[in-house]
Design a protein around this ligand. Structure first.
Ligand SMILES: Nc1ncnc2c1ncn2[C@@H]1O[C@H](COP(=O)(O)OP(=O)(O)OP(=O)(O)O)[C@@H](O)[C@H]1O
Length: 308
């Protein structure tokens, strides 16, 4: 079985308000799945349901084929998660924290602790007090803590919050390594698009409690459409004209002209439209589309549809 996590039509209603609306997606072994959405979209609520911190109103969540509804203990035993800030004793060393934590769960050997410390790259500092750790090191200690019982699924809510670029990179590299080398399914949430682009294999976009798109990062960013910037003498006229020709696409004005998503085959027609209307073209160049461009495209289309 490839899918370790199966979210099936999950709905959460709190005080009469539907916070999560029929959410369905699967997460596979060996992949990092990013849960992306603006503030208040429902990421944390979904994650809290997956890890069993709050109940689900309807639908089901299966972990390794076990339903969280019928066998909660077994289902969540496969999960390692950092949802809120991990509990750490700052006056103790990282190692003492892990020993303390391991006493609470059965069957975690000293050897396992050492291996896990090595895996998260904390060997050199593990005997120092946690209060001397950077935020990134604390995150990695939290990661070690939730890896001690060999979970099949790792879930982290906004794992890079508050980290500097070096800390972000460390966490990102570790998560990718865990997915690849340990064949774990990793779920991370974020509202930071650029970060998701570097960390994940697939992303699911959530907005107003609904999943509006799930795609491979590579397909998501580099779909068939590319962004083209056309340098013209009259950008107001050019953008109005192109908007009339392509009413469904978003056309932006730039400093030198207009920017729009097009498939390659449509470029000649676009040029003709401009030329026939006496607009001077000084140049056309393909602009690399970022995840942010795609994210805005996808979310603005949905909003327009929702308001239509
Ligand atoms: N216990 C609760 N009672 C009432 N409303 C709630 C509760 N928990 C969450 N909500 C609402 O559900 C919506 C989704 O919240 P959630 O925290 O899941 O979003 P999020 O995507 O994680 O956002 P953020 O990026 O800000 O953390 C919000 O409008 C929030 O106010």
């Amino acid at each position: 079985m490839k899918s370790i996590v199966e979210i099936q039509n999950v709905t959460k209603v709190i005080k009469g308000r539907t916070i999560i609306d029929s959410l369905s997606f699967n997460v596979n072994k060996g992949e990092v799945f990013g849960f992306l959405g603006p503030n208040g979209a429902g990421k944390t609520t979904t994650i809290r349901m997956i890890v069993g911190l709050i109940g689900i109103t309807s639908g089901d969540i299966k972990i390794q084929g076990t339903s969280i509804k019928t066998d909660f203990e077994k289902a969540v035993s496969h999960i390692g998660a950092i949802v809120e800030n991990p509990e750490m004793y700052k006056f103790m060393s990282g190692y003492q924290n892990l020993i303390h934590y391991s006493r609470m769960s059965k069957g975690i050997s000293k050897k396992k602790i050492d291996e896990t410390v090595e895996l998260v790259g904390l060997t050199d500092r593990i005997h120092d007090k946690v209060k001397t750790y950077s935020l990134g090191m604390r995150q990695r200690l939290g990661l070690a803590q939730c890896l001690l019982h060999d979970p099949k699924v790792l879930i982290l809510d906004e794992p890079t919050n508050g980290l500097d670029p070096a800390g972000i990179r460390e966490i990102r590299d570790h998560l990718r390594k865990l997915a690849r080398e340990k064949d774990m399914a990793v779920i991370v949430s974020s509202h930071l698009l650029s970060e998701m682009e570097m960390m994940c294999d697939r992303i699911g976009i959530i907005q107003n409690g609904k999943l509006i798109d799930v795609q491979l990062i590579s397909d998501f960013v580099h779909g068939k459409e590319k962004m083209y910037e056309i340098e013209v003498d009259n950008k107001d006229k050019a953008s109005k004209l192109l908007q009339k020709t392509y009413p469904l696409i978003r056309i932006k004005q730039t400093e030198i002209g207009v920017l729009l998503p097009l498939i390659k085959e449509d470029v000649p027609e676009t040029v003709q439209v401009l030329v026939h209307n006496e607009i001077q073209i000084y140049g056309i160049k393909e602009v690399t589309k970022t995840l942010e461009d795609r994210f805005l495209e996808v979310t603005s289309n949905k909003e327009e549809t929702a308001h239509a």
